[in-house]
Design a binder for this molecule. Structure first.
Ligand code: NDP
Ligand code: MG
Length: 383
């Protein structure tokens, strides 16, 4: 049995990962589960999967949880306990499914404890791509992609020489507002933004999908996972989300990975790699698939993609600044403090006020704090 840890077990990726475990009970034993504050769901997960350690980052939630009785599970609470749990004991692979910057330090701890990483938390590579890839190499651990597009690249590249990659064709659903103009987006509601056409995900990544920031982050993620240049990554809008991404090689061949849009597939492949095992996902029926379409992304309206290419190319602490400002802007949008299109304005205004430094861990942590503070202040004053 493979011993696994799941950070962020109560989220969209976390619950789907536990469903993978449920379908393959002979394959996995769960060592560690962590979440933030969802006590009820977390308690049910502890009862069902009986991890050795279970941690809630939120102290008040932990107090509530600790009133319940669990046999064989050590409970802990607080941010530090969560980071420690990421490096815990016998676990072989850690699925990082916390959302946002909060996922960075637990991931670093897991790598330092020489655990392979099933990486869902793409922000880790956006913020600290260089640092993380070097650290993983130094510690001899593998970073296995969970993001569906990167999971597709990973599958297309099995047995291939990565130096022969000409282009990574990164597919994008286009989000809920594909085809809309800026004017049509002036008054969209939180509910409109959260109605993603093909994927059911956590709130933050769903907003990021609507701005195309998510796709921009995936460009940076692909750059670090596969060691290509930014100019070799091309985003292709594919609204059906059936082709999960493609690799074009130097001889002109293109290899694609297709499947129904179901995150349990890339999660399972990352956890069982290099083995392929049966999965519960719905098979594709090519007699019923009407058409698969492809188009160019509209980066005039959805500027998120441009920011990521621009900040990624300059590098240093700027991708970290972009991530921090975006997290603050997305939160403000979800709290009803700013409108959808203001997310772009906040990012542009605050980014121009950030300097670039070498991407050491210390500078990245400092920049995350600084960019957040400035973004908060900007929103307070401007809206
Ligand atoms: P969710 O918001 O659904 O889940 C986030 C999880 O992290 C929850 O378990 C939450 O706990 C926990 N969490 C949130 N904040 C903290 C914190 N500060 N400290 C500790 N734990 C915390 O997110 P998703 O599952 O959608 O996304 C997770 C990651 O995976 C993101 O980085 C996203 O970009 C990436 N991803 C997601 C995809 C998807 O289909 N959902 C696809 C590809 C990538 P609680 O429930 O208690 O709040
Ligand atoms: Mg994705």
């Amino acid at each position: 049995m493979k011993k696994i840890s799941i950070l962020g077990s109560t989220g969209s990726i976390g619950t789907q990962a536990l469903d993978v475990v449920r379908h393959l009970p002979e394959e996995f034993s769960v060592e560690v589960l962590t979440a933030n504050s969802n006590v009820e769901l977390f308690a049910r997960q502890i009862k069902e999967f009986r991890p050795r350690v279970a941690v809630l980052a939120d102290e008040a939630a932990y107090k509530k949880l600790s009133k319940k009785k669990f046999r064989g599970t050590e409970l802990a609470g607080g941010r530090q306990a969560l980071i420690d749990a990421a490096g815990f004991g016998a676990s072989e692979i850690v699925l990082t499914a916390i959302s946002g910057f909060a996922g960075l330090e637990p991931t670093i701890r897991a790598i330092k404890a020489r655990k392979n990483i099933a990486l869902a938390n793409k922000e880790t590579l956006v913020v600290a791509g260089e640092y993380i890839t070097k650290l993983a190499e130094l510690c001899g651990v593998e970073i296995l992609p969970v993001d569906s597009e990167h999971g597709a690249f990973f599958q297309c590249l099995q047995g291939e020489d990565r130096r022969k990659i000409k282009k990574l064709l990164l597919t994008a659903s286009g989000g809920p507002f594909r085809g809309k103009t800026r004017d049509e987006l002036l008054n969209v509601t939180i509910k409109d933004v959260l109605a993603h056409p093909t994927w059911n995900m956590g709130k933050k990544i769903t907003v990021d999908s609507a701005t195309l920031i998510n796709k921009g982050f995936e460009v940076i993620e692909a750059k670090f996972l596969y060691g290509v240049d930014y100019d070799q990554i091309q985003v292709v809008v594919h609204p059906q989300s059936i082709v999960h991404s493609m690799v074009e090689f130097c001889d002109g061949s293109i290899i694609a990975q297709l499947a129904a849009p179901d995150m349990r597939l890339p999660i399972q492949y990352a956890l069982t790699y290099p083995r392929r095992l049966p999965s519960p996902i719905k098979p594709l029926n090519f007699w019923e698939l009407n058409s698969l379409t492809f188009e160019k992304p509209d980066t005039e309206t959805f500027r998120g993609l441009n920011y990521a290419y621009a900040m990624g190319k300059i590098g240093g602490t700027l991708p970290c600044s972009l991530n921090a400002i975006n997290e603050v802007a997305v939160n403000a949008f979800l709290q009803g403090r700013i409108k959808f299109l203001d997310i772009f304005t906040v990012i542009e205004e605050v980014l121009t006020r950030r300097d670039v430094f070498a991407p050491t861990l210390e500078n990245l942590l400092e920049e995350d704090r600084g960019a957040r503070q400035l973004a908060e202040r900007y929103i307070e004053l401007a809206y």
